[in-house]
Design a protein around this ligand. Structure first.
Ligand code: PMV
Length: 373
């Protein structure tokens, strides 16, 4: 009997313009658009295998080898249900008896076999997912996790849909996950429709457009973060006046500015906007009642180092050559061009000698190019 199984992997993405705040918590619709870079590094990936079988009695999930509950009506259940619905709508309802050839990112052989099973969407699924980096440590594990989940189900179901369509579903698992469906430079357009059908990811530029762009990941701490992004965002939306200013008067201009910087490969402009937006995201967290602190003293010392590095660089007429950014945790991501990587790594290692505890993770640094896809 045919086995219905597919494996897909997705990398993390790190936002330059931060998503922070939901206008619809069930559909995960954001209060502002955001933009990120999808990293291409073996150390920062989720890999997910999905299998459907008529003998399975319920949907089940294993995360890093440990079985997790799939809560009824929860995000995982929503993503699985949405993928089954897409399968029915895109394949089974349309041409139940005719195999289709799909050329998006599936092998034709698999597609023919899978699409010839008219009942596939009615089978329960078993899903196993692995992260090869610390889960929930401010390294966007939910982004790569839900993107890999949706991609593996899309392969399993041989869906003839675009990454943007899949991003609509990944978004309902974790907002930032929608951006990991594309490589390169990716925007999540907030959209205006109440049903969320226009709140999706679009690629601003592929990795090949700016192949020298690199990211250095400085693991300051791999502890689980104190305030989850879900509860942090909710509190910020309820209490921060600064967030309202950010949504109305800051993000739209920054989305335009950073898209232009990417298109013209203007690193100085890219760095200026990226650092300003990281700063404002953490200011908004501080403006929340009670305040949220995601960065620690080491994070702030890394900021000081990059500020000084850029000051010297600008004095020499070279413009900014590095950009720090921090998500909901203390770990720094430093964007820079390939030619500066060595110099910056040496500087950081000089001022922040590697502590033993980090060796088991992936050292103080992971260096990543940008994911191509
Ligand atoms: O998708 P979530 O719920 O993990 O939220 C991510 C929020 C930030 O990482 C802080 C910003 C972003 O745009 O990725």
């Amino acid at each position: 009997m045919a086995q219905f199984q597919a494996t897909a992997s997705a990398p993390v993405n790190i936002a330059c313009i931060k998503y922070w705040g939901k206008r619809d918590t069930k559909l995960i619709l954001p209060t502002n658009s955001s933009l990120s870079v999808t990293l291409d590094q073996d150390h920062l990936r989720s890999t997910t295998t999905s299998r459907a079988d008529p003998s399975f009695e319920k949907d089940r999930l294993w995360l890093n080898g440990k079985e997790e509950d799939i809560k009824d009506g929860g995000r995982m259940a929503t993503c699985i249900a949405e993928m089954k619905r897409l399968r029915k709508q895109e394949v089974e309802d349309k041409q139940p008896n005719e195999p289709q050839v799909v050329s998006l990112f599936f092998v034709t052989y698999l597609t023919l076999k899978l699409t010839s099973c008219p009942k596939l969407s009615s089978y329960h699924v078993h899903i196993a997912s692995y992260n090869n980096f610390p889960t929930a440590a401010g390294l966007a594990s939910s982004a790569s996790g839900f993107a890999a989940l949706v991609s593996s189900l899309a392969q399993l179901y041989a869906l003839p849909v675009s990454p943007s369509t899949l991003s609509l579903i990944a978004r309902q698992g974790s907002g930032s996950a929608c951006r990991s469906l594309y490589g390169g430079f990716v925007a999540w357009e907030q959209g205006t429709r109440p049903d969320g059908q226009d709140s999706l990811a679009v690629q601003i530029a592929p990795q090949s457009h700016w192949p020298d762009m690199h990211a250095l990941i400085c693991v300051v701490s791999d502890d689980k973060k104190g305030t989850s992004s879900t509860s942090g965002m909710q509190r910020t939306v309820e209490t921060s006046a600064l967030l309202q200013h950010r949504i109305a008067h800051v993000v739209p201009q920054r989305m335009a500015a950073i898209s232009a910087a990417i298109k013209s490969r203007d690193f100085d402009a890219f760095a200026k906007v990226t650092m300003a937006d990281s700063n404002q995201f953490h200011a908004v967290a501080l403006d929340t009642e009670p305040p949220i602190f995601y960065m620690n003293d080491v994070s702030r010392a890394i900021i000081a180092l990059i500020v000084e590095y850029n000051r010297v660089s600008m004095e020499k007429g070279l413009g900014r050559r590095a950009a720090y950014t921090y998500d909901a945790g203390p770990n720094a991501v430093i964007y820079t061009l390939k030619e500066n990587v060595k110099e910056i790594v040496e500087l950081v290692v000089k001022y922040f000698p590697q502590r033993d505890g980090f060796k088991d993770v992936f050292g103080l640094f992971g260096e990543a190019g940008v994911q191509g896809k």
